[in-house]
Design a protein around this ligand. Structure first.
Ligand code: AHR
Length: 652
């Protein structure tokens, strides 16, 4: 694309503000969550200790023994799999030589983020062996080993109990460590060694990182899709996510290898496991906190087809279907039901009011259709009102896509409510596909644009950047989604989160380190659209045609019936400053003042970083409106949103 210029071009658009065409679903702009790039463990799950219960493949991964050379003191890993199959291992700290500084140290997730003045809550499950009286000194240290705070816990007796302590940090460091020193002769057993900031989202103990959730809340998302992504399917069927294993006491949630641990040879993450501290209960709770519809996606009995593609035989699909039925009961059932009671026991007697469920993630082939039909029959029989989301695979075109799209649309006996489409493609593809849904069947299934992101280099290339070129091109495409709101009912950028030191996939919507999080330009675009959705689309044309890229202009217009506002989204993907007019028909009058919000950069490579988080951020100004005419000067490479009150209008 060319360098920006200020030569003026004139475009005159016509808006028919009294001709609402489609209702914009409250679900229109939402979130896709997957535990990729340390999005959950090491990310939004605020646990600061890695491998807190020694369940990783290598039990001491993330931990280091601290002792003098030749010391007789030891740490032994015990496995009690017969008694406790979901939390098998614990560590026995054996102090033979009392005088020595001896203990274990945890490195956190690429360090532990500690902030001066903040309180950190430590907990450990522990018990003493016969005749032992060993206390534990908990210590936070910075990367240089200097103390940032400490506390002592004194485990008592032979039964497992949880002991807690809190520490207020005296310094800040994104790469701090946690030390646990053993004092006094004996043998003390430890498990579930945990450290959380006190200030989690909504101050929930053992909760989520407040700064990261706040960025989500600021978007006012319409839905939360969880828990993925390919992670749902698993590399093998054994490694798929099974929601029942993610609820209840966190100590009993079975740790599972993360699918992204070894997915990319160029970005190996051998220390990536799922603790399920964020499990299905927490996803429902987060959806509720955000005012977003919960959209769980479940395995349909097909492991990731980019990996093993394992299939569960049709005659053994029943447990998978039962999981889906039980999940609906867990979310919505009365407290007297088996699964509704489990929800109530976790502190949420009221139903979560789940309305959608996704069957499979990115499946393809006739094996999917076979399995989907079996799910549909069982789900429709018991829960006819729950909307079913089906997949058309990983690509938005091609043989596999066409097979599934045609088959799903032509099935007569099987219900298909919403089809999930994914597109990871070039910025140019996004601009060229703003018309994608113009020709879709208006009476067919609805569309969930469930995963999309412009790739600056190539799909899943580690060189991809969250730059302005990609974000602006997504905005152009999104005007097409909005214009087709009668067909497209949900859309979400993917993936959501990435740790700057622990990612596997780029681009991502929000990047974070251990102390802060930053919304990319793509985040700013998503937020601008989701906080300015409106309730109904209205026609906006240039020479009687929809505005889908003429001279680099992409426009969608909506009205908000509640506030009686006209909302214009105008994307100028050209490198030229433009003067544009909107002639608004169907209103008696517009307010003489409106609000213009602009995202813009002359530099298409511009990104937001932890160091410079607001390089691309919204700039707001007031604009004057004359009669029924809105005149705007559009900067080169800009995404613009105008809101203006409609006064004394004809009926809408
Ligand atoms: O968003 C990253 C991955 O891309 C998702 O897990 C998968 O569904 C898609 O292929």
């Amino acid at each position: 694309m060319s360098a920006p210029t200020i030569a003026q071009q004139k475009q005159s658009f016509v808006v028919k503000a009294n001709q609402p065409a489609a209702e914009i679903q409250p679900t229109m702009w939402g979130l896709f969550f997957e535990d990729i790039n340390m999005g959950a463990d090491g990310g939004v799950y605020a646990e600061l200790v890695k491998n807190r219960s020694f369940e990783f493949d290598t039990p001491m991964m993330g931990w280091k023994e601290q002792k003098a050379e030749g010391s007789a003191n030891t740490v032994l890993i015990h496995n009690r799999m017969e008694n406790n199959p979901t939390n098998r291992r614990f560590a026995r700290i054996r102090v033979r030589n009392e005088g020595e500084n001896f203990g274990i140290s945890n490195e956190g997730f690429r360090g532990i983020g500690i902030k001066q003045g903040s309180q950190y809550n430590f907990s450990v499950m522990a018990r003493q062996q016969e005749g032992s009286n060993t206390s534990l000194i908990v210590e936070l240290v910075n990367a240089k080993g200097e103390k940032l705070g400490s506390a002592t816990v004194n485990p008592q007796g032979k039964e497992w109990k949880t002991y807690t302590a809190s520490i207020t940090a005296t310094g800040t460091d994104p790469k701090a460590r946690l030390n646990l020193w053993a004092k006094g002769k004996g043998e003390v057993d430890v498990d579930m060694i945990s450290l959380f900031p006190k200030d989690t989202w909504k101050q929930r103990p053992g909760g989520l990182r407040a700064d990261m959730v706040q960025l989500l809340a600021d978007m006012k998302p319409g839905f939360l899709r969880f828990p993925g992504g390919c992670i749902v399917e698993g590399r093998t069927l054994d490694e798929r996510i099974q929601w029942k294993k993610t609820i209840g006491d966190v100590a009993d949630r079975e740790v599972l290898i993360n699918r992204w641990n070894r997915e990319f040879a160029h970005r190996p993450t051998p220390d990536y496991f799922q603790s399920f501290g964020v499990g299905f209960f927490e996803y429902f709770q987060l959806s509720e906190d955000l005012g977003a519809e919960p959209i769980p996606i479940l395995s349909c009995g097909m492991a990731c087809q980019f990996n093993t593609g394992e299939l569960v035989p049709m005659d053994q699909l029943e447990p998978y279907i039962q999981d889906a039925l039980d999940l609906i009961e867990f979310a919505n059932g009365p407290v007297t039901s088996t699964w509704g009671k489990k929800r109530a026991d976790m502190g949420h007697p009221a139903p979560f009011n789940m309305k959608y469920i996704g069957i499979g993630n990115e499946q393809w082939g006739e094996q999917y259709i076979e399995r989907y039909k079996a799910f549909e029959t069982a789900l429709t029989a018991k829960y006819p009102d729950i909307k079913l989301i089906t997949t058309t695979g990983p690509f938005p075109a091609g043989k596999e896509f066409e097979y599934l799209d045609n088959t799903l649309r032509s099935m007569k006996q099987t219900r298909v409510d919403i089809i999930d489409e994914h597109y990871y493609n070039t910025p140019q593809w996004f601009r060229e596909n703003a018309t994608r849904y113009d020709k879709y069947d208006r009476k067919g299934p609805k569309i969930f644009a469930g995963e999309y992101a412009a790739q600056s280099v190539a799909i899943a290339s580690p060189e991809n950047k969250n730059n302005w070129h990609c974000a602006m091109s997504e905005a152009a495409f999104m005007t097409g989604l909005e214009r087709n709101a009668d067909v497209v009912v949900m859309a979400s950028y993917a993936p959501l989160f990435a740790h700057v030191d622990g990612w596997q996939w780029t681009p991502d919507m929000i990047w974070f380190d251990n102390l802060s999080a930053v919304g990319t330009p793509n985040y700013q675009v998503q937020k601008l659209f989701s906080t300015n959705a409106g309730s109904h689309t209205v026609p906006v044309t240039l020479n009687n045609e929809a505005v889908t890229g003429q001279d680099g202009s992409f426009v969608s217009a909506t009205v908000d019936k509640k506030t009686n506002e006209l909302i214009l989204k105008v994307v100028n993907t050209s490198g030229t400053q433009k003067n544009v007019d909107f002639k608004v028909d169907g209103v008696t009058k517009l307010n003489s003042k409106g609000v213009l919000t602009v995202l813009q950069s002359d530099n298409l490579d511009q990104m937001n970083t932890i160091e410079n988080p607001r390089a691309i951020s919204p700039a707001q100004s007031q604009i004057s409106v004359k009669n029924k005419n809105i005149n705007l000067t559009l900067k080169p490479y800009s995404v613009n949103v105008v809101r203006v009150k409609m006064l004394g209008m004809s009926t809408i």
